[in-house]
Design a binder for this molecule. Structure first.
Ligand code: FAD
Length: 288
């Protein structure tokens, strides 16, 4: 019997086009021998041209480095014609996996009308490009726009039924929150694999940015203690942040998570450190 162990995947973001790709290409070269299950590429929501950023980077990952790639696609500020063009470009480069997203609503910027929710985009992709494997986002601590977790999970069920093969979570620091969410999804008949999004905290600025943008993410006492104790000690903060992420991953894998999606923040050193510490947990077992 072949038991498939969980897989480790990475997420990277394309740089501002004005900065060029040199740095991210070097980071990706350093990640190549870690053989992630896939590398997903984020997409700007109404800021940069997606062909020049996400599609270009996904092409490099998949066709130059030989690593399967997933292109993120937030659609709230796109028209159907624009999405159709991106689908054609992705098809031409052989990237057939898309993380279909609504995208955040930007204050004072009116959305387009074609894709109000991720579900609308998923139905569109299913109709236009039925061979594409569609992945969706989910939120163990509820999406901030949701009035309740029940409402959020009901919407998630519709999203999965529209055609998601897999879900990837928003980052979280409390594994109990994830287990509770997984169980609620199960009760709601959401049965697709849920990959756990893990972000290693390696510096104070990153932690502060995160606390500002993700105010609904629960910070366990153990995690807060790291931020407080090593506020003025960057080396120790980095060491403790990496150890915390590894501890989360070991627990998740022990509890049979479907996969770990590592928010690498384009940092190959972090990806390698976590990979090396957890590598033995991510492999195929042949059981008699
Ligand atoms: P949806 O699934 O559409 O949900 C958005 C809100 O609408 C939720 O509150 C949901 O409950 C509600 N809702 C859904 N359907 C309905 C309905 N029928 N009626 C009423 N309410 C409904 N953003 C980017 O810009 N670029 C990225 O690359 C990117 N990558 C991401 C990767 C991951 C793994 C995650 C978790 C998020 C990512 N995001 C990205 C952020 C994401 O775009 C935002 O969180 C966005 O606000 C929601 O997108 P969604 O696809 O989850 O939305």
């Amino acid at each position: 019997m072949v038991v498939q162990n969980p897989r480790l995947s990475f997420e990277v973001f394309p740089p501002n086009p004005a900065a060029g790709n040199e740095k991210i290409f070097a980071a990706l070269r350093d990640m190549q021998d870690l053989c992630p299950h896939f590398i997903s590429v984020t997409a700007s929501n109404n800021k940069f041209n997606l062909e020049e950023t996400t599609v270009c980077l996904a092409n490099h990952i998949q066709n130059d480095l030989g690593i399967p790639s997933i292109a993120h696609l937030p659609a709230i500020y796109l028209t159907k014609d624009q999405v159709a063009n991106i689908l054609t470009s992705l098809d031409q480069i052989g990237v057939h996996k898309i993380l279909a997203l609504r995208g955040d609503i930007i204050p004072h910027v009116a959305p387009q009308k074609d894709f109000q929710y991720a579900t609308d985009l998923i139905s569109f992709i299913k109709a236009e490009a039925p061979h594409v494997d569609i992945i969706g986002a989910c939120y163990p601590e509820s999406h901030p726009d949701s009035p309740s977790q029940i409402a959020d999970i009901k919407h998630l069920k519709k999203k999965v039924d529209a055609g998601c093969s897999t879900l990837v979570t928003q980052l979280f620091f409390d594994n109990e929150v994830f287990y509770d969410f997984q169980e609620k999804c199960h009760l709601a008949d959401i049965e697709v694999p849920i990959l756990a999004g893990i972000m290693p905290i390696i510096n104070r600025n990153q932690a502060l940015r995160l606390l500002n943008t993700c105010e609904n993410i629960r910070l366990p006492r153990k995690f807060r203690a790291i931020l407080d104790k090593y506020e003025h000690d960057p080396e120790s903060l980095k060491a403790a942040g990496l150890a915390y992420a590894i501890d989360q991953i070991v627990d998740l894998v022990t509890q049979d998570v479907a996969g770990i999606h590592l928010y690498t923040m384009n940092n190959a050193e972090t990806a390698r450190y976590i990979h090396d510490a957890t590598h033995a947990l991510f492999h195929h077992q042949d059981l008699a």
